[in-house]
Design a protein around this ligand. Sequence first.
Ligand SMILES: Cc1ncc(COP(=O)(O)O)c(C=O)c1O
Ligand code: FES
Length: 399
Amino acid sequence: MSIYLDNNATTRVDSEVLQAMLPFFADQFGNPSSMHDIGAAAGAAMKTARQQLQALIGAKFDHEIIFTSGGTESNNTAILSALDVMPERSEIVTSAVEHPAVLTLCGHLEKTRGIKVHRIPVDQHGRLDLDAYRAALTHRVAIVSIMWANNETGTIFPVARLSEMAKNVGAIFHTDAVPAIGKLPVDLKSTAIDMLSLSGHKFHGPKGVGALYIKSGVPFHALIMGGHQQRNRRAGTENTPGIVGLGKAAELALWRMDEEITWVKSLRDRLEEGLLKRIPKTFVTGDPLARLPNTTNVVFEGIGSEAVQFLLNRHGIACASGSACSSGSSRQSHVLEAMNPDAAALGAVRFSFSHFSREEDVDQVLEVIPGIVMKLRGSFPFSAGGERRRIDNSAAAAR
Ligand SMILES: Cc1ncc(COP(=O)(O)O)c(C=O)c1O
Ligand code: FES
């Protein structure tokens, strides 16, 4: 695959991250809980990784971070913990556009434990309905779980403000920050956020490793029970190479943040402008004012997004239609459905950038996509002015 524009599904492991991990598969193989030097070296490396994450998310203490197997486990842990530590409360507030790692669990809790789940709706730009949010917040709510930014559209939610509101009713506030980490500055010290989930593979770290931030003083109950690892908060021998890689990826993300944000935004904007100029009846979903700098989610009216993705793939261009875990199933995007049921029937094509993305990638997409859309719409494309014109590379694009 020569052009990879699906960085919200997963990212390439940075070579510096890989180099940092390798020794922990070989010479430094010790168990971090062991008392001898080989174990202590692994324990020290884990402490460094915790500090690297602490710096990236602006946590007050490094012990506020536990390592998990990724975003899914972190989300499950946060929600189940809140219900355990506040048994007198039996409601959850979340949004209609969360990742399945939150929504599937909430649906399960509703069915099996009689938990009441408020799924706050969004408007056509994916913005949260603040009145509905306010109305759902009562002293019956154990936890609010609202994502920092949406993985499909990039829409950013005002989590600092939402966490203040949740605090007024004594609910724990959790945010799934998986798509936001490395693409937005995060400083937890200055917010009322109690818990935050992140995942290594979304910012050039390895897969299968992530973290949950638990603010000091917030009551917590472990999900995975067993040994005494991680101060009894997550049992099981730690994935030291993965954790070291996660820490290194956090360090690189912090170093590169400003430069990366500017770079991915310039590529994203170049792509959007080019698509909107070249292809009529095309629109971008998500909040135009508050969106992740690396993400665009585009609807080509009249054609299904999976067909566009399929033909782009034939041209060596990787993008997404819907999110990686629901693509392949014929289910519509629940995110688009919540925003715009008309668009949901067709779906949207998501392009997501990273600092490895290149200008040539954008130019290549802009070269082939008008022909693909034209082929699928079964007619010649219209220019922005509505005038019919033939695109020279249409034959090549249709292959
Ligand atoms: C918003 C969001 N939350 C959670 C996850 C799950 O993370 P992981 O793949 O590390 O379990 C993802 C990954 O797609 C995501 O986009
Ligand atoms: S893999 Fe990203 S949404 Fe599921």
